[in-house]
Write a protein that binds this ligand. Structure first.
Ligand code: GRF
Length: 203
């Protein structure tokens, strides 16, 4: 299945997907990587893997709608079966989200519905939770609010800093995200009536 990956940053989740595909663990092909930041480290990871890249610098567009229209055109030129947000730091317009309903996923560094939004590790530590983690979800119009597909849990240690906790969560993200992409690419997972279905039954 052709997949388009959207990034804004270092792209360690992108790298995990590249590696899982190369290892034959995920039957998908990354058709393109698109970044809204010209300096995103993930672009270099894509180039090294021979994956076509596009840079659409959002600061060069008059408004969100114009940026999203250009982004959708770039994505659709690759006719992907799945759009994978991997550290893509832009809020998307409702029309854009609608266009990719059921075929766009995101990874968020918390056990959703807890800690939507930014600075999740800091907030988890401040809240004193014993467990933290990452969630993969379908994207809908609620920020980090779409139906959750799968989660990875990690313990929170008493001496954790936001950095040590982030590192523990990220390690698990790198296993979780390729696994979910593989299940979607193989047709095991679907969004139906706002619910996640696995092999023909709601989860
Ligand atoms: C990850 O922690 C992911 O959960 C969040 O953004 C971060 C992206 O990291 N959405 P990277 O660019 O994949 O290294």
């Amino acid at each position: 299945m052709p997949v388009v990956v959207l990034i804004s940053g270092t792209g360690t989740n992108l790298q995990a997907l590249i590696d899982a595909i190369a290892a034959g663990e995920v039957r998908a092909r990354i058709a393109a990587v698109i970044s809204n930041r010209p300096g995103a480290g993930g672009l270099e990871r894509a180039r090294r893997a021979g994956i076509p890249t596009h840079v659409l610098d959002h600061t060069g567009y008059p408004d969100r709608a114009a940026f999203d229209a250009a982004l959708a055109a770039a994505i659709d030129s690759h006719q992907p079966g799945l759009v994978v947000l991997a550290g893509f730091m832009r809020i998307l317009t409702p029309g854009f989200v609608e266009h990719y309903a059921g075929r766009m996923i995101n990874i968020h560094p918390s056990l959703l519905p807890d800690f939507r939004g930014l600075n999740t590790h800091e907030r988890a530590l401040r809240a004193g939770v014993k467990e933290h983690g990452a969630s993969v979800h379908f994207v809908n119009n609620e920020l980090d609010g779409g139906p959750v597909i799968m989660q990875a849990r990690v313990p929170v240690r008493s001496d954790d800093t936001p950095q040590t906790l982030a590192a523990r969560v990220q390690q698990r993200e790198h296993r979780l995200y390729p696994r979910v992409v593989g299940l979607l690419a193989d047709g095991h997972l679907k969004l139906q009536g706002g619910e996640v279905w696995f092999d023909g039954t709601p989860l």
